[in-house]
Design a protein around this ligand. Structure first.
Ligand code: SAM
Length: 773
C-alpha cells in the first residue's frame, strides 16, 4: 500500500452528476459555440491544476515513464477544445453543405488576419469518412469581430438548428464508426442520450438513401436511456433524421429486457413441457457508451479540474460492467459491441472489459488497429493501480487491499487481471488530448469468438444468446422494485456467470409466441394493464378512411406500406398524427408488450391533421372533392417521396420558390401561369412541389429540391417551419428573405440607426462643450 500525501477537498456531488457528463452537447442545443464551455478562456492556466488527478494518472503510467510527453499531455488538457462538427451524412443537403464549407467558406477564412495574426481556417478531420467532419479553434473575439468568421458562424448556427450540421466532440464521433452499421442491422444504443452518437448510427442505417428520398432501411435502431427526461432529447435529435426504423426506450440498460421477434428461419423455442416461445431479438450492433466520470472532457468541462477524485470512477465501475454484460447477452453470434467512455480511468475502461470477458466467456476484443488508419491512438493498459479513497491510498493488488482495508469499497474487478489471464487489453483504444488535439476517450470493440476457438473454460459456460441459457434469476427493474422472473423468463434464462461486483439482472418482455398486438386489419389496444403510462402504439387498418384519404390525396403507389401506420392512442383513432414504421419495428411492437419497458417513440411522424383544414367528404362544410384534412410533414417527406407518383408532383421554377419563401400565404394569382394552372387543377390540401436544380431569381439550386405545400382556395403555402425556411433561404438565396428574416433585419437596421444617432448626438454635445470651453 502507498498512501499519498495529497489531501483533497471532497468532490461536491460529482459522483451523482457523473453519469450526466457527455462528450456531446448535453442540452441538445444548436449553439455551435457554447460560451459556458469556454470558461477556460477566463480561467488562468494556473487554476487548472489538480494534484490528485496528476498523481493518480502518473501512477497509472498512462503514458509510460516519458516525462516530456506527460508534460505535453497536461498542457493539452489545459487548452480549450477546438470546435468540431459534422455534416449529417445521409441528408439530401450533406454533399451540398460540405462543398459549400470546402469551396466557399474555407477559402475566405484562409485569408483572415486578426490583430496582425493569421487565423487558422477550419480543417477536415482526416479520419472521418467522406471529409464530413470539421474542426476549428478560434478565440471568441475572432468569431465576434471577424466578418468572415461571423458569417461562417451564423451559417453553422442556422444549419445546426435545422439538423444538417451536428456539433459533437471529435472523439465522440468514433464509436459509431467502429460499429460499422449497415442498413439491415438491428442496432441497440444502450445509453443514448443526448443522442449525438444515435444520430450518427441513424445516418449509417440510412446510408443507402438517395439525395432526395430516404430509402426505408430494413434494419432497426433502438436508442435507450435510463433518464426519462433525457430520452426527450433523443426524440428531438432523431426528428432531424426521421426514420421508420427508429425506436426510443427508457429503461436501465443493465437490465434491458429481452425482446422477442419471430425469425424467418428460426422456429419458436420449445422445451419439454413448455409452451413454444418466439426467439429473442438479438442485436447485430450494440453501442455501450456508458455513464462515466468524464475526465476525458476536462478541456470542455473545466470544472473537473476542481473536483476530480478517483471515487467517481470506482463508483461507476459496477454499473459499467453490468451494462456491458447485458449487451453481450443480447448480441447476435455475428455481432459486434463497442464499449466507450470519455474517461481516462482504467477502472472504468480496461477493468470493465476484463471483468466482462472474465465473467462471460466466448468473447474477444477485436483488433481494430487498421480501422481509421489516420486516427492516432494508444493501446489499452494491461495493468493499473486502483486507489481506495480520495486521498489516493493505492493498492497494487486486491489481496493487498483486502488484507489491509477490507472495507468493501473496491472489489476484485477494480484490479488488473492476474498473470494467468489473457484478455488482449492492448487491443483497446486510448485517445489522449495531446495526440491529435481532441478530448480524452476510450474505445473497445468486442465480438463473439468464432465457434472453433470459443472453447469453454472450466467452470464457465460460453455466453449464450438470450434464448439459450437455462437458469433462472431474480430480476430487478428500475422503478418497479424487485420482481421474480416469470416461468417463461426463466426459460429464456439470461443468467451470466456472476462475479462479486456484477450480478447481471435481466428480464424478458416476450409475452408468448402469439403477437401481443397483431397489427394489420384491425385497431389494436395496448394499455391499462399496469404497464408504463406512455400513450400506446396502435397500428391502424390500411383501409382506414384517413389512411386512404392520404394515399389518394398524394397519389401514393400501391406499394406504400400502409399497414405499417400507427397512431398514439388506445382506440386506434387517427385523430392527430400518423406514424410510419418499417416491417421490423412493426414486428417488434406487435410481438412484445410494454409493461416493463417504456417505449417512448417508434417510427416517424409522416402525416398530421391540418388545423383549420377541410372536412372529410360529405362532412358539414366540406365540398365533395375535399377529402383529406391531413398533410404530409416535411420530416415525413423523404420517407414518403419514393411512393408518390411522379405525375402528381408539381414542378416549379425558382420564382415560385422565392414567392413561397418570401410570404406566408402567397396568392395563387401571383404565381406564373404554368404553376398557377397546375396547382389550381389539384384538390385543395397537401401536395408536393419539386424545384429543379439550376439558378435564376437570385436562387442557386445545386440539386432538385422537393417540399410539401398546402393548397387552399386562393393561396398556397410552404409547409416547413420558420427556422427551416430561414435556413433554406440562406442556402438558396444567400440571405434570409422570409418574413421573419426581413423583420429581424429591419430591427437590426433600426437599432444600428439609433446607435448612430446617439453617437452623433454625443459628438454634437462634445462639440458644444468644446465650443463652450
Ligand atoms: C456518456 S452519456 C451518453 C452519451 C450519448 N451516447 C451521446 O453520444 O450523446 C451516458 C448516458 O447514460 C445514461 N445512463 C446512466 N445510467 C444508465 C443506465 N443504467 N442505463 C441506461 N442509461 C444510463 C445517462 O442518462 C446518460 O445519458
Amino acid at each position: 500500500m502507498t498512501r499519498s500525501k495529497v489531501k483533497g477537498r471532497r468532490g461536491r456531488g460529482s459522483y451523482k452528476n457523473a453519469n450526466l457528463r457527455s462528450d456531446s452537447n448535453n442540452d441538445g442545443s444548436p449553439a455551435v459555440i457554447n460560451p459556458d464551455e469556454y470558461r477556460a478562456d477566463l480561467l488562468q492556466k494556473s487554476d487548472m491544476q489538480n494534484a490528485r488527478f496528476e498523481e493518480y494518472y502518473k501512477k497509472q503510467e498512462i503514458l509510460g515513464a516519458d516525462e516530456e510527453e506527460w508534460h505535453r499531455f497536461l498542457e493539452a488538457c489545459r487548452e480549450p477544445l477546438p470546435t468540431t462538427f459534422r455534416v449529417a451524412g445521409s441528408r439530401e443537403t450533406a454533399k451540398v453543405l460540405n462543398d459549400a464549407i470546402e469551396n466557399t467558406y474555407v477559402p475566405h477564412l484562409r485569408e483572415v488576419v486578426f490583430e496582425d495574426e493569421p487565423v487558422a481556417p477550419p480543417v477536415q478531420l482526416s479520419w472521418y469518412p467522406g471529409g464530413l467532419a470539421w474542426q476549428f479553434n478560434v478565440a471568441k473575439k475572432v468569431l465576434r469581430k471577424s466578418s468572415e468568421f461571423k458569417k461562417f458562424h451564423s451559417f453553422l448556427v442556422f444549419e445546426t438548428e435545422v439538423g444538417n450540421i451536428t456539433r459533437a466532440e471529435a472523439v465522440s464521433m468514433l464509436p459509431p464508426l467502429f460499429l460499422h452499421v449497415e442498413p439491415h442491422h438491428k442496432v441497440l444504443d444502450m445509453c443514448a442520450a443526448p443522442g449525438s452518437k444515435t444520430s450518427q448510427l441513424l445516418e449509417a442505417l440510412h446510408s443507402s438513401a438517395s439525395p432526395l428520398a430516404s430509402s426505408v432501411p430494413p434494419g432497426l435502431l433502438i436508442a435507450n436511456d435510463s433518464d426519462y427526461k433525457r430520452t426527450h432529447l433523443l426524440i428531438h435529435q432523431s426528428a432531424r433524421l426521421p426514420s421508420p426504423a427508429f425506436m426510443v426506450t427508457n429503461v436501465d440498460a443493465s437490465i434491458f429486457p429481452s425482446l422477442s421477434l419471430p425469425h424467418d428461419n428460426a422456429p419458436p423455442v420449445t422445451g419439454e413441457g413448455r409452451k413454444p416461445r418466439l426467439p429473442p431479438l438479438l442485436f447485430d450492433r450494440i453501442l455501450c457508451d456508458v455513464p462515466c466520470s468524464g475526465d476525458g472532457t476536462l478541456r470542455k468541462n473545466v470544472g473537473i479540474w476542481k473536483h476530480w477524485n478517483p471515487m467517481d470512477g470506482n463508483g461507476l465501475h459496477g454499473l459499467q460492467v453490468r451494462i456491458l454484460q447485458r449487451a453481450m447477452r443480447m448480441l447476435h453470434p455475428e455481432g459486434r459491441i463497442v464499449y466507450s467512455t470519455c474517461s481516462l480511468n482504467p477502472v472504468e475502461n480496461e477493468a470493465v472489459i476484463a471483468e466482462a470477458l472474465r465473467t462471460i466467456s466466448g468473447f474477444e476484443l477485436i483488433d481494430v488497429s487498421t480501422d481509421l488508419p489516420t486516427l492516432l491512438r494508444r493501446p489499452g493498459l494491461s495493468t493499473w493501480t486502483p486507489a481506495s479513497d480520495r486521498s489516493l491510498t493505492f493498492f497494487e493488488s486486491y489481496d493487498a487491499y483486502n488484507e489491509t482495508l477490507p472495507t468493501g469499497k473496491l472489489v476484485r474487478s477494480h484490479f488488473p487481471p492476474g498473470a494467468d489471464e489473457e484478455f488482449g487489453l492492448e487491443r483497446c483504444i486510448r485517445i489522449y488530448p495531446h495526440i491529435q488535439d481532441t478530448g480524452g476517450f476510450f474505445i473497445a470493440v468486442l465480438q463473439r469468438k468464432k465457434p472453433e476457438v470459443a472453447g469453454l473454460k472450466e467452470g464457465k459456460r460460453a455466453a449464450a444468446p438470450d434464448a439459450e441459457a437455462p437458469e433462472a434469476k431474480k430480476a430487478r427493474l428500475e422503478g418497479d422494485g424487485d420482481v421474480t422472473m416469470s416461468e417463461q423468463e426463466q426459460d429464456q434464462g439470461q443468467t451470466p456467470t456472476v462475479s462479486e461486483t456484477t450480478q447481471a439482472q435481466v428480464t424478458s418482455l416476450a409475452p408468448s409466441s402469439a403477437p401481443a398486438a397483431e397489427a394489420s386489419g384491425s385497431k389494436q389496444k395496448q394499455s391499462g394493464d399496469g404497464g408504463f403510462k406512455e400513450m400506446p402504439y396502435t397500428f391502424i387498418s390500411p383501409d382506414d378512411p384517413i389512411v386512404e384519404g392520404c394515399i389518394q390525396q398524394l397519389s401514393l403507389t400501391p406499394d406504400f406500406p400502409s399497414s405499417n401506420i400507427l397512431v398514439r392512442n388506445p382506440l386506434g383513432d387517427p385523430a392527430r398524427s400518423l406514424y410510419l414504421t418499417n416491417d421490423l419495428v412493426r414486428s417488434v411492437i406487435a410481438h412484445n408488450d410494454y409493461k416493463r419497458i417504456r417505449l417512448m417513440t417508434a417510427g416517424t411522424k409522416i402525416f398530421t391533421k391540418q388545423e383549420g383544414g377541410f372536412g372529410r367528404k360529405g362532412e358539414e362544410g366540406s365540398s365533395a372533392e375535399m377529402v383529406s384534412q391531413f398533410r404530409l410533414l416535411s420530416e415525413g417527406l423523404p420517407v414518403v417521396l419514393p411512393y408518390i407518383k411522379e405525375e402528381s408532383i408539381v414542378d416549379a421554377e425558382a420564382r415560385a420558390l422565392r414567392l413561397l419563401v418570401e410570404g406566408y400565404y402567397p396568392l395563387l394569382s401571383s404565381f406564373d401561369e404554368a404553376f398557377k394552372k397546375t396547382v389550381e387543377a389539384k384538390l385543395p390540401g397537401s401536395h408536393v412541389v419539386r424545384f429543379k436544380a439550376g439558378s435564376g431569381e437570385g436562387a442557386s439550386l445545386t440539386h432538385d429540391l422537393v417540399l410539401p405545400i398546402w393548397k387552399s382556395h386562393v393561396s398556397v403555402s410552404l409547409m416547413i417551419d420558420k427556422k427551416a425556411k430561414s435556413a433554406l433561404s440562406m442556402r438558396v438565396f444567400g440571405e434570409d428573405i422570409t418574413v421573419a428574416g426581413r423583420e429581424a433585419l429591419e430591427k437590426q437596421t433600426k437599432k444600428a440607426q439609433k446607435a448612430e444617432a446617439r453617437s452623433a448626438a454625443a459628438e454634437g454635445d462634445g462639440d458644444d462643450a468644446e465650443e463652450a470651453e
